[in-house]
Design a protein around this ligand. Structure first.
Ligand SMILES: *Cc1c(COP(=O)(O)O)cnc(C)c1O
Length: 435
């Protein structure tokens, strides 16, 4: 399988190059040359396969002859050390819980799979790879945990001092091993500027093989398709029509769902469910994409004003808005609706949503109400409610228990290297750390 840039469909590269570089040289996002359609016998046998078997079959056409089958099995096994259960919430509504990994959010799938691809390719190029990642919270923890102690890889996380929650901070500052946390005296924008400057610094690039592991990497997208198949396999087989509602920010998760549909998964429709950062739902109404600065909300991992994977969606549909509308409905919801929903669903069913999942749930209810027919809906639960303890407890008026995974982080000892937001200071410290 070859990969092209969304900015130039005639320039192809290997999976290895796409994964190692992340972004194409023309700043486009990498796309597979075609979306492989899985054979009918795969779908017939789907409900009898376990998650790892499903994932291996889904990934194989994307990794092609660049990764031997045995190696791919090992990569998938390492990635899926936790399940993605489908939990019934109420009639016709189930949650696909993607938060049982080490940082209790769905980004664990992408980060773990990518770490294993990078490990494999790092060995081929015979160089140590340095991951530089700026984070305002969740990305840093998924990447740091996903790459923890992966041979041939060092991880440097930059984060703004005092500007991430304690639990988020503990998830990437307590790990040790090959992970170093640089605590930047500045803002998240300062962290991003330092990383961008480092990538453009010829002296650094000469010395180290730098890569970003950010969410646009195709290696993070591929594994996000796995769980759509898994959910379909685990659903009640009497349910014919399946709708997926995806709480979205950069639209990686939704794009992976669209890949799954193109691969043959019988999904009736998708819901692009957003908070008030609603540029995609607006695009579906007006036919124009108007990026704008993001606004802070309770579902802060979806506070995105210019979704990076929109370019991939346009590429998949040749920018044909009517074709996009056939597959995707867009709805947005306010913080007030998010809070009311968390409370209402907990009272009625006992199921506790996090603010992101609540938006997915709302999107699903809306489309089910509009379509009426015998549709069956699944929304993606992208984070464990305890990750947003403050909001959830405030809404419910009671405490919710901290799962052991998060408890262990909280008990950990924070270790960081303080740096100023000045590039030269940062560079000296970086070189000191990397040796
Ligand atoms: C990143 C994230 C999202 C948004 O996912 P995208 O793929 O960027 O659309 C939703 N929920 C949570 C909890 C996240 O961390």
């Amino acid at each position: 399988m070859k990969y092209y840039s969304t900015n130039n469909r005639t320039l192809f590269t290997t999976l290895k190059d796409a994964v190692l570089t992340g972004l194409a040289t023309d700043n486009g996002l990498y796309m597979p040359e075609r979306i492989p359609v899985l054979p009918a016998e795969f779908f017939r046998g789907l409900h009898e396969m376990d998650f790892k078997e499903i994932a291996t079959a889904v990934a194989a056409p994307f990794t092609g002859d660049e990764i031997p089958e045995e190696e791919l099995r090992r990569i998938v096994t390492h990635t899926l050390q936790f399940d993605a259960p489908l939990v019934n919430v109420e009639d016709n509504v189930s949650a696909l819980e993607l938060f049982h990994g080490p940082t209790m959010a769905f980004k664990d799938f992408g980060a773990r799979f990518m770490s294993q691809l990078l490990r494999y390719f790092a060995a081929q190029i015979n160089r140590e790879i340095v991951i530089l990642v700026a984070t305002s919270g969740d990305t840093g923890s998924a990447v740091a945990n996903g790459f923890l102690n992966v041979p041939g890889i060092r991880v440097i996380v930059l984060y703004p001092s005092g500007k991430v929650s304690e639990i988020q901070e503990k998830q990437f500052t307590t790990l040790g091993g090959n992970v170093v946390a640089l605590e930047v005296e500045g803002t998240f924008d300062d962290c991003q500027r330092l990383v961008k400057t480092a990538f453009l610094d010829p002296a650094l690039r000469e010395q180290y093989f730098l890569t970003s592991a950010n969410s646009i990497n195709i290696a993070r997208l591929i594994p996000q398709s796995f769980y759509y198949f898994q959910a379909y396999a685990r659903r009640n087989r009497r349910d014919r029509n399946v709708i997926f509602s995806v709480p979205s920010g950069n639209f990686g998760n939704l794009t992976a769902g669209l890949f799954a549909k193109r691969m043959g998964l019988p999904v009736t429709r998708f819901v692009a469910a957003t908070n008030i950062n609603d540029v995609v739902p607006q695009y579906l109404v007006n036919g124009v994409m108007k990026p704008r600065p993001s606004v802070q909300t309770l579902s802060n991992a979806m506070d995105v004003g210019n979704p990076s994977n929109f370019a991939r969606i346009m590429d998949l549909y040749n920018s044909d808005i009517d074709a996009v509308r056939k597959d995707i409905a867009g709805y947005s919801f306010t913080d007030e609706e998010t809070r009311t929903t968390i409370k209402k669903v907990a009272d009625a069913t006992g199921y506790v949503l996090d603010p992101h999942g609540a938006i997915g749930y709302l999107g699903l209810k809306k489309i089910l109400a509009e379509s009426g027919a015998d549709e069956n809906g699944i929304f993606l639960g992208t984070a464990h409610p305890a990750k947003f303890k403050d909001v959830v407890e405030d809404v419910l008026g009671r405490t919710i228990p901290l799962p052991e995974t998060l408890e262990n982080f909280v008990r950990g000892h924070k270790q960081t290297v303080p740096v100023s937001s000045d590039y030269d200071d940062f560079k000296i410290e970086l070189e000191e750390q990397l040796g």
